[in-house]
Ligand binder design. Sequence first.
Ligand SMILES: NC(=O)C1=CN([C@@H]2O[C@H](COP(=O)(O)OP(=O)(O)OC[C@H]3O[C@@H](n4cnc5c(N)ncnc54)[C@H](OP(=O)(O)O)[C@@H]3O)[C@@H](O)[C@H]2O)C=CC1
Ligand SMILES: CC[C@](O)(C(C)=O)C(=O)O
Ligand SMILES: [Mg+2]
Ligand SMILES: [Mg+2]
Length: 337
Amino acid sequence: MSVEVYYDDDADLGLIQGRKVAVIGYGSQGHAHALSLRDSGVDVVVGLPEGSKSRAKAEEQGLRVLTPAEASAEADVIMILAPDTAQRRIYAESIAPNLAAGKALFFGHGFNIRYGLIKPPADVDVAMVAPKGPGHLVRRQYADGKGVPCLVAVEQDASGGALALALSYAKGIGGTRAGAIRTTFTEETETDLFGEQAVLCGGAAALVQTGFEVLTEAGYAPEVAYFECLHELKLIVDLMYEGGIAKMRYSISDTAEYGDLSRGPRVIDARVKEEMRKILSEVQSGEFAREWVAEDEAGRPNFSKWQAEGAAHPIEETGRKLRGMMSWVDRPITETA
Ligand SMILES: NC(=O)C1=CN([C@@H]2O[C@H](COP(=O)(O)OP(=O)(O)OC[C@H]3O[C@@H](n4cnc5c(N)ncnc54)[C@H](OP(=O)(O)O)[C@@H]3O)[C@@H](O)[C@H]2O)C=CC1
Ligand SMILES: CC[C@](O)(C(C)=O)C(=O)O
Ligand SMILES: [Mg+2]
Ligand SMILES: [Mg+2]
C-alpha cells in the first residue's frame, strides 16, 4: 500500500498564518511548536496553568501566555501538547467549554482519541500533526533550516479543510521540509507506542544497559564498556540514519559485519520477536493504555520506582564523567531546554 507524502510545495503556510493558534503545554513538543510557528509568522498564544514552571520560560522567549481556558477561548486552532494522561481533564475543564463550530482541535499524538478518552463535538475539525522525533530536536532542526518528518491525520473534517490546515501547521514547524505522511489516529498511536516501547526507547535502553552490565560484570572497565555500548551507538545509528543499515555495514570492518550478521539474530531472536508481538497486541487491545492511565491515577508508583532505578544505573555515573571531557557532547539541546 503506497502512502501520501507531502512536502513544502504541497502545503499553504498562509492557512495557519490566517488563524490564531493556542499551544497548550510548553514542554518538549510545546516549546518547539510554539516557537517555530511564531518564527513562521503565525499568531501563537501558549496555554499553561497559573502555577506552571514553564510560564516564565515561554514569556522570556517572547510568547504570550494565558491559562489553557483563556488561550482556548481566543484561538481557532487548539493544539494539545500536555502529557497524554493530563489531556482528558484539560480538555473537559478548559478546552471543551471554549470550543465552537469552525474551530480546530489538534493533537501531537493520537492516544486520547484512539482510546476514546476525549470525544470532541462533531462541528470541529480534529486533526493531528505528530513529529517523528523528540521535541527539542524538532525545534533545533527547524532553527537549522531542516525538519523532522511528521505524521498528519484527520479524525473529523467538519470544515472540509482539515487536511490542508494540518499540512499548513506541519509546514510551520518544519515538518514538510522532511515530509509529512498522511495516516490515521489509530495507525499513528499504535505504531508510535510500539516503536517507543520495543525499539527506540525501551528496546534500545535495555540493549545498552544489558551490554554494559555484561562487560562490567566480566571485569572490563566501565569507561570502555560505556564507549562501546552507548557512545558509539550514536555514531553507528548516524550512519543508519544517513544511508540505512547498508551504509553502516559499508563503514564497519568486515570482522564487525560478520559478527553483526552471525550474532545479531542470536541477541534479537525468535523469543524477542514474539515478545514484541505481545507488546503490539497490548497496544492494539488498549491494555497498555488502561494500565498507563491507572498507573497515573494511582500517583505513578511503578513509574517513579523504575525512573529512580534507571537514574541510579552505573552507566549514568560513568557517562557523566566521560561526557564532562567532551564539551561538544553535553550541551543544552535547545535554547529553552
Ligand atoms: N516528547 C516528544 O518529543 C513527543 C511527544 N509527543 C506528544 O506530545 C504531547 C506532549 O508531550 P511532551 O512534549 O513530551 O510533554 P512534556 O511533559 O514535555 O510537557 C508537557 C507540558 O504540558 C504542561 N502541562 C501539564 N499539565 C498541564 C495542564 N493541566 N494544562 C496545561 N498544560 C499542562 C507542562 O507544564 P510544566 O511545564 O509546568 O510542567 C508542560 O509544559 C503528548 O501527546 C506526547 O505523546 C509526540 C511526539 C514526540
Ligand atoms: C520515541 C518517543 C516519542 O514517541 C517520540 C519522541 O517520538 C515520545 O512519545 O516522546
Ligand atoms: Mg514518537
Ligand atoms: Mg510517543
